[in-house]
Design a binder for this molecule. Structure first.
Ligand code: HEM
Length: 331
């Protein structure tokens, strides 16, 4: 609550939730996403892949892999997946020219630090608060402009979709959900791409098949990547009434942080659950088990992750809730 504020789409129910969804659905509906996603993400992905092999610093000073005569090395998460993810969504949201990819990545890292803070680091709340203030210093003036003159960006839809003329949603009503998107929407697609690539590195046979038939197999690979390493391993819920689960009594009103990452490795659901396998017939895996039937962003994230480029191997480097690094080498 302190990190995002209220109301936000993750914690709101009923009409509040439906109203917030009305604002973002127009841009994130699968039919709409399928019309813009290729033209949007492919050039950005190609640009970052080109930088990896040319070793030219990007516009924000980031340096791609070190290209030498026969071996290329790169840390793909920070030099490709995360920047591609944030650049793509930045354009969808209408933040071009206001904030760069480096700042967006810092924003989601800081919000995540404040939100998860598994190590109870005393600095985390202040870091998240400072980033929240920075985010608001960018978003509030922009939303103010969009209240006066709308455009086709996601932020404009959040203000105006489903509202009577001249009566947009209040800015403070939207900021908490925007922070959810600035964290999850910006971060998760890149991390999902990283999980998928890591999995494919363990299956050179399946990687070769994917190269041969990317349109057919990339969606399966992304789905399996989300199962194999769920980018989000916990859900927050409040118990509406007392309930006993596994012999533990949970009182009414208890705030729960439910760790569910292991569900995607449940051997009752998945044969050889630790193995990455794009041929699984079971499609039950979810990156987070309490995911609504059609959460906002689900189409964007599966499709955006398809644009990961040809991966080198081998790799190491996973940490914490999600990826910190995907170092890779090709020869
Ligand atoms: C691989 C990428 C992504 C993953 C794994 C992911 C995961 C999730 C999960 C598990 C939820 C449900 C949370 C809950 O009910 O407690 C969720 C909700 C949400 N996601 Fe994502 N997400 C991804 C990408 C995106 C993108 C690209 C956007 C926006 C552009 C986005 C925006 C949202 C929003 C607004 C919600 C709240 C939806 C609602 O409550 O109706 N997500 N996401």
């Amino acid at each position: 609550m302190r990190v995002f504020g209220t109301p936000n789409m993750l914690t709101a129910d009923g009409t509040d939730h439906a109203d917030l969804r009305t604002g973002i659905a127009p841009v994130l509906r699968p039919d709409r996403v399928s019309r813009y996603i290729d033209a949007l993400v492919r050039p950005i992905a190609r640009d970052y892949l080109a930088r990896l092999t040319s070793a030219q610093p990007g516009p924000n000073g980031e340096v791609g892999g070190v290209a030498v005569a026969r071996v290329a090395r790169a840390e793909l998460m920070s030099n490709c997946f995360e920047p591609v993810s944030v650049e793509s969504l930045r354009r969808v949201m209408g933040l071009d020219g206001l904030v760069d990819a480096t700042a967006l990545r810092r924003w989601f890292a800081d919000l995540n630090f404040g939100l998860t803070n598994f190590t109870h680091d005393p600095a985390a709340p202040d870091v998240a608060d400072a980033t929240n203030a920075e985010i608001e210093s960018v978003l509030i003036p922009l939303l103010g402009r969009l209240r006066r003159k709308s455009d086709d960006s996601m932020l404009a839809h959040m203000l105006w979709a489903g509202r009577p003329d001249g009566d947009p949603r209040p800015i403070e009503h939207l900021l908490p959900s925007l922070k959810v998107i600035l964290l999850g929407g910006m971060q998760e697609p890149g991390h999902a791409a990283g999980s998928t690539l890591l999995g494919l590195f363990t299956r050179p046979d399946q990687l070769a098949r994917l190269y041969a038939a990317p349109a057919d197999l990339a969606p399966l690979a992304v789905h399996e990547g989300l199962r194999w390493i769920a980018p989000i391993g916990t859900i927050e819920r409040e118990a509406r009434h007392e309930i006993t689960i596994g012999g533990v009594v949970i009182p009414a009103g208890a705030q729960l942080e439910v760790v569910i990452a292991s569900a995607n490795r449940d051997e009752r659901q998945f044969a050889n659950p630790d193995k990455f396998d794009i041929d699984r017939s079971s499609r039950a895996g979810s990156s987070r088990m309490a995911m609504p039937a059609s959460p906002a962003g689900s189409s964007a994230r599966r499709r955006a992750s398809r644009h990961a480029g040809p991966p080198p191997s081998p790799v190491t480097g996973l940490g914490g809730r999600s990826h910190y690094a995907v170092p890779a080498r090709s020869s």
